[in-house]
Design a protein around this ligand. Structure first.
Ligand code: 13P
Length: 285
């Protein structure tokens, strides 16, 4: 059973204290490379896409890619829509067959966020899909979504009430983490993860994975971060490996796109494999 429900893939990770890497893929090459790396490592994996990527590729071609690439795969995997405030897009992805969505209503009032999150959860659950929710915007801009300023942080009680009243399957708290490249080492409120999961055993999504240390990942995963998002590292690996290959191609005056794709794919696989090791998911498929 390759494609499994979001809740199932996260629950196993949560119960057994490992993290499932959720990579923001950007095209067929990166989707294929991440899936192949996960198969080789025998690791569960979440393939996630930003709204910008869905808009660029199109829902139908993207889902066709996903369906074809996962047809023969044996490891547990799931398809997720990252930060999305747009209910129309959410409905389209859910009805197409996405396994989960992050309903990002962090810019709405808490009351409106809760009201709409309840609707999104009902819609998703009726289709066997899951929902990630957030109330504090995660700092940093991710494919055009988000803000570079800190949002006001809600209390533990507000978070717990939001989780209970909406019925979300996974919660993404802001703990000092940020999307993009960290300019200095972040001060993370790891205790908040423990406090939430002690009160409600819900898998936590850790955003802003790129740039955190191995020790930070291990600590946060042990406290309940079962979904670990990696986007910037994948984009950097993709662009830097293309650049390195093209520099070499120019120096040698040798232009072979398929060798380039192969080279970039190997680099993406190496990056993914290393995260599976750090997150403790290798061999957990
Ligand atoms: P990074 O870009 O820091 O890896 O964060 C990814 C993320 O949280 C996607 O939502």
């Amino acid at each position: 059973m390759p494609v499994v429900p979001f809740k199932e893939i996260l629950q196993d990770a949560f119960n057994h204290h490992y993290g499932v890497a959720a990579f923001n893929v950007i095209n067929s090459l990166t989707m294929k490379a991440v899936i192949e790396a996960a198969e080789l490592a025998q690791s569960p994996v979440i393939i996630q896409v930003s709204v910008k990527t869905v808009d660029f590729i199109g829902i139908d071609p993207l889902f066709a890619m996903w369906t074809e690439m996962t047809r023969q795969v044996k490891i547990p995997l799931s398809l997720h829509l990252d930060h999305c405030p747009d209910r129309t897009m959410i409905s389209k992805c859910l009805s197409k067959g996405w396994g989960s969505v992050l309903f990002d209503a962090s810019s709405m009032t808490l009351t409106e966020n809760r009201r709409q999150a309840i609707e999104v959860v009902a819609e998703a659950h009726s289709l066997g899909a899951g929902v990630e929710g957030e109330i504090d915007g995660i700092k940093g801009i991710e494919d055009g979504m988000g803000s570079d300023t800190d949002s006001e942080h809600k209390s533990l009680e507000v978070s717990l009430d939001f989780i209970r009243s909406t019925g979300i399957d996974c919660f993404a708290p802001a703990i000092g983490n940020a999307h993009g490249v960290y300019l200095e080492s972040p001060r993370l409120d790891a205790q908040l993860i423990s406090d939430i999961t002690k009160a409600i055993p819900i898998p936590i999504a850790l955003h802003g994975g790129t740039g955190l240390t191995e020790a930070q990942f291990k600590d946060l995963i042990s406290r309940g971060c079962a979904k670990v998002n990696i986007s910037t590292a994948l984009k950097m690996t993709f662009m830097q490996s293309n650049l390195a290959f093209l520099r070499q191609a120019e120096a040698n005056n040798k232009w072979d796109p398929l060798s380039q794709f192969n080279y970039v794919s190997q680099e993406i696989k190496a990056m993914a494999t290393d995260y599976f090791r750090i997150f403790g998911s290798t061999g957990k498929a």
